[in-house]
Ligand binder design. Sequence first.
Ligand SMILES: [Zn+2]
Length: 103
Amino acid sequence: MTCQLCGDPDSRLYPAGQRCDRHSPAAIAGRTVPTPDPDLTLLGLRQAAGLPPWPGVNLSSSTLNDDRAIETGKRRSTPAQFREARARQDARRAADKTARTSH
Ligand SMILES: [Zn+2]
């Protein structure tokens, strides 16, 4: 997600919306952006409990679905993203074909 005010891709979700450090509520109030204790972030707590980093997200299947959506035009993309998604899909199709014909 990108900052809703400037489009910076390095942003976090606040109650006010998706914001970068420059547009965070603390920065707008004239204070420094607090740095969280890494052991107390969601990621740190999940790692301490021996859980995977993010629940319910299978990165390989979401990448596959994104590539399909980009290739079919259901998801907006830049020409470069389109070419990358198409190349990944072509590689998957070639690997599928190889797997099917080798039986
Ligand atoms: Zn911003």
